[in-house]
Write a protein that binds this ligand. Structure first.
Ligand SMILES: [Zn+2]
Length: 134
């Protein structure tokens, strides 16, 4: 169903103009954007359907005391596919008055809204910029 929607959108973007009249760069940019948006929706849907990060009413906090499950929390993350709105199990520790999402810890996305690939890309750009400045 989703793939059919994407195919229709791409057909619409390409349109029925003669190939000779096409602005090819505008076309490839628009199609790339749509394909990434489509991929982001698929990933988002798949990840939000997976509740395996809920491991019961409580789980140990890093302080050793039990943190209790509160609910699922949604947060926007920047990924190489574009923005993903991910819902994760949220636990709160009353002892250290701190909440955490085990999935963020597992994926290396705790305390950030950037995916690991975006973080790496920003790091690479930062190195290139600092090298150019020398
Ligand atoms: Zn704690």
């Amino acid at each position: 169903m989703l793939a059919h929607d994407l195919a229709e959108e791409i057909e619409w973007l390409v349109g029925w103009e003669a190939a000779a009249a096409l602005d090819f760069e505008a076309l490839e940019t628009a199609v790339r954007r749509q394909a990434l948006r489509f991929a982001a929706r698929v990933v988002e849907r798949r990840l939000n359907a997976d509740h395996s990060d809920f491991t019961g009413a409580s789980r140990p906090c890093c302080c050793g005391r039990p943190a209790r499950y509160v609910d699922r929390r949604a947060k926007p993350f920047q990924s190489v596919l574009g923005e993903l709105r991910l819902e994760r199990a949220y636990y709160y520790c009353a002892a250290c008055q701190r909440g955490f999402c085990p999935r963020d810890q597992q994926w290396g996305m705790e305390g950030t809204s950037l995916s690991p690939a975006v973080t790496r890309m920003i790091g690479t750009v930062g190195v290139l910029v600092s090298l150019r400045g020398q």
